[in-house]
Design a protein. Structure first.
Length: 84
């Protein structure tokens, strides 16, 4: 292979990989925004549960389970399982 053709092939590979990486980065933006929103929802819901006087008797995992259900859009009152 001549030096000119090898440089062209190298340039083609560089351009292709750059375009691929930029495309992947743009595709991750909505996913990261959704994850950040969900994490804020979880943190705020756990904080609300901790401040609620009726829910103070729950264990940490039970509170997190309830918060996950709320942030996932639960429209029913989930039944908490107690492993005791």
């Amino acid at each position: 292979m001549s030096p000119i053709k090898s440089q062209q092939a190298m340039r083609y590979c560089l351009i292709t990989s750059t375009i691929a990486l930029v495309t992947i980065a743009f595709e991750l933006i909505p996913i990261s925004r959704h994850s950040a929103y969900w994490n804020r929802c979880l943190d705020n819901t756990v904080l609300w549960i901790n401040q609620s006087s009726r829910l103070t008797g729950l264990k940490k995992l039970e509170k997190e389970s309830l918060a996950v259900a709320v942030c996932n859009g639960a429209v029913h009152e989930p039944k908490l399982r107690n492993n005791d």
